[in-house]
Design a protein. Structure first.
Length: 87
């Protein structure tokens, strides 16, 4: 019988690759008796669906936040001071 840790790993891996027959049977048996792992499987499936929808929507714009030049300079100075270097 699989542990919850093993089952959650197989649930995750099953999203990316096909599971072998032994893995599928072991996982199905574990999920049949473990409500927490069933919940994890449903949540992971839902999360994957949402992310796939977001990725396919043409109006979704991914913006990477950027720092102002002043903020970058403050960070550089703080790092230099922490490392004992003058800027």
């Amino acid at each position: 019988m699989l542990t919850c840790k093993e089952a959650s790993k197989l649930v995750s891996e099953g999203q990316e690759r096909g599971l072998g027959l032994r893995e599928k049977i072991g996982l199905r048996l574990h999920l049949w008796i473990c409500a927490n792992c069933r919940r994890f499987e449903r949540q992971l499936h839902l999360l994957r669906q949402v992310l796939q929808r977001m990725a396919t929507q043409s109006d979704v714009v991914v913006q990477t936040p950027s720092l102002s030049p002043e903020a970058r300079e403050r960070i550089h100075k703080a790092i230099a001071e922490k490392n004992g270097h003058s800027h």
